[in-house]
Ligand binder design. Sequence first.
Ligand SMILES: [Zn+2]
Length: 168
Amino acid sequence: MSATPAPTPALMHIACPRCGKLRDLPHRDWLSGANCNWCGGELHPLTPFELNTAGYAAQVNHSDGMIVVHFAERNCTPCIFMDAVFEQAARHRRDLRFAICHVEDEAALVTQLRIRNAPTLVCFDRGRELARISGTLSLGQLLDWLDRHQYAGSVVPTSGNDVRHRRS
Ligand SMILES: [Zn+2]
């Protein structure tokens, strides 16, 4: 596969993290924090959103932009550690989407995706798996891992400070 990034679409097709409805909106409106016109929820929340089996197709297969999913178990100490790192990464990388899937609630999805242990992080671009990694990472390691894999997807950082350092 070529690692040449496709241009960021000016118009983004994206599912609302709260109600799951798909809509189109300018990429810049998504980055700057637009709300869903169906449910009023945030289309690009500052913290990772909950991903379940029902929302999986819309969020992972049909939405534009790379999504990073943290497959976590609620009472697992390494997962709780990774929750905090993941939340920080979501604040650093506003150009990506971050979601948490609790493995004990989503057995069918876990089987389908062959998630064998938690914590596991998987990057998807329009349903295509780009990378996965299991175990705990520091924030620096996680950001490096994201840098290495995002160019295999369709998301490119827009030219500047507005993305990476906004709200940090
Ligand atoms: Zn909504």
